[in-house]
Design a protein. Structure first.
Length: 468
């Protein structure tokens, strides 16, 4: 934990200045020189960061466009939404029947009905894939912004799995890709995973009482004065400001960001999706039944945690549960109708809570919420009551970020199998995200950012209708 001073050990001046071991401060600890690097990165290219952040909710498994935001109720049974539809507050626009609360907030959403995921394979696109150079999109952000926020010390790129809020949940599957992939970037740019190694909040607390830290800080000041008299190369000159910043990081309640018990219990209850789906009500015939239960237990709290992190300096938060949207009606996965009973209400409840909370806090212009999976589902319900893989069309929802809301972009064809209007692709979505986070014209000035990233971000166009 802290290695600022140990009366029983002989230590170098360098060890006095090290703050190591805290999971909160990145993958391997944060030194004062690291803090200097963070500040230099953040301040060296004025204007590259917009001050906005992204929460990317990845619906792993491939959600259906029909049962979410494009019901096609005019089509015959077997194509149209298996769950029916619900009218939204936008005249003529309907969602799948599982989403009554989102329907009431449709004026705060953009629904893309012409989104083409690209293929019908299980993977992590567009979050991690060919169009992101096989790096988590958040890793691009951390490469530009630095691994930790220079003011709060929080990681700028975080991935949240169910275990971040509930230790009883199962580990997330990595069979179809790694959420912490960095592609041509370095491991230092990988998203921080607070679910590794136990409770995130506990990992971030000081290992010694604050009073002892105060004593050590006083001692450091005395030792530094002595050291400067002997240090001919003036290696410690200018370190005061960085040490003060490190002290603020350690004593400023950094663990609070990961500690949901600090929230108003009424707000936690508003987010909490656990009561919506009882585990004993989930059929055990599906091998995925434990993941269905984990999704309900964790989804709302994961989005609450994501909001807390963005509020405190995190720029990109990936949220996912555990491969619960692959509704084939095979031995692993439920039918569309039954699966949406397990998945729909938690998603409706959690997203609507997030939208309301962001608006109440004045963060809806600062945080962009992106919701999609790696593909959509087939227009024809199969003989077992499920929908199969489909890469030619899939659902996409965006909210906030200062972008135009209350609209539907694009049009699907009659049976919901392909776009009828111009296709929106993963490249459009990635460009929208990057234009939200950065002044992309400045990216070419970022040192150590591979040239292909900067060139790509400049050349790709955002989703038509979402340019700011």
């Amino acid at each position: 934990m802290l290695t600022l001073f140990d009366r029983d050990a002989r230590q170098s001046r360098r060890s006095f200045l090290r703050i190591g071991g805290s999971a909160a401060l990145g993958a391997g600890g944060l030194t004062l020189s690291d803090l200097a690097t963070l500040r230099a990165r953040a301040e060296g290219i004025p204007g590259v960061l917009t001050g906005k952040s992204v929460i990317f909710l990845f619906l792993h498994g491939g959600p259906s466009q029909f049962e979410t935001f494009d019901p096609k109720m005019g089509m015959p049974d077997g194509i149209r939404s298996a769950t029916g539809e619900v009218a939204t507050r936008i005249p003529g626009l309907t969602f799948g029947q599982s989403f009554p609360q989102l329907a009431g907030l449709a004026d705060r959403l953009t629904i893309v009905r012409s989104y083409v995921p690209g293929d019908a394979n299980h993977n992590l696109k567009p979050l991690v894939g060919r169009d992101s150079f096989e790096a988590n999109l958040g890793s691009v952000y951390s490469r530009v912004a630095g691994a930790n926020d220079p003011q709060t010390g929080l990681p700028t790129n975080v991935v949240l799995f169910p275990r971040a809020v509930d230790d009883s949940t199962r580990p997330v599957t990595t069979s179809f890709g790694r959420f912490n992939a960095t592609g041509p970037l370095s491991s230092a740019d990988a998203p921080y995973d607070p679910s590794q190694g136990g409770s995130a909040a506990n990992d971030l607390r000081l290992a010694i009482p604050r009073e002892r830290l105060d004593d050590r800080r006083t001692l450091l000041a005395v030792l530094d004065q002595l050291a400067r008299r002997m240090d001919r190369n003036k290696a410690l000159e200018g370190v005061d400001g960085m040490r003060d910043q490190a002290y603020r990081l350690l004593t400023g309640g950094l663990a609070e960001a990961f500690d949901l018990s600090r929230e108003d219990p009424r707000l936690v209850a508003r987010y909490d999706t656990a009561p919506l789906v009882r585990p004993d009500a989930i059929s055990k015939k599906w091998k995925n039944h434990k993941n269905y239960a984990d999704n309900a237990k964790s989804l709302g709290k994961l989005l609450l945690l994501a909001r807390r992190l963005c509020e405190r300096g995190c720029g990109f938060v990936t949220v996912t549960t555990n491969f619960v949207w692959d509704m084939h009606a095979d031995e692993n996965n439920a039918t569309m109708e039954e699966g949406m009973r397990y998945m729909g209400p938690p998603l409706d409840y959690a997203l609507s809570a997030t939208l309301e909370d962001l608006r109440a806090r004045g963060l809806d212009e600062k945080i962009l919420l992106v919701v999609c999976g790696e593909m959509g589902r087939s227009p024809r319900i199969n003989t077992k009551g499920g929908r199969d893989h489909w890469g030619k069309l899939g659902p996409l929802l965006l909210a906030g970020g200062g972008l135009p809301m209350g609209q539907v972009i694009g049009l699907s064809n009659r049976d919901g199998s392909a776009p009828q209007s111009e296709a929106v692709t993963a490249r459009h979505l990635i460009a929208t995200i990057m234009h939200t986070l950065f002044d992309v014209a400045q990216l070419r000035l970022v040192p150590n950012l591979p040239r292909e990233f900067a060139q790509t971000m400049v050349s790709w166009d955002p989703i038509p209708g979402l340019a700011t």
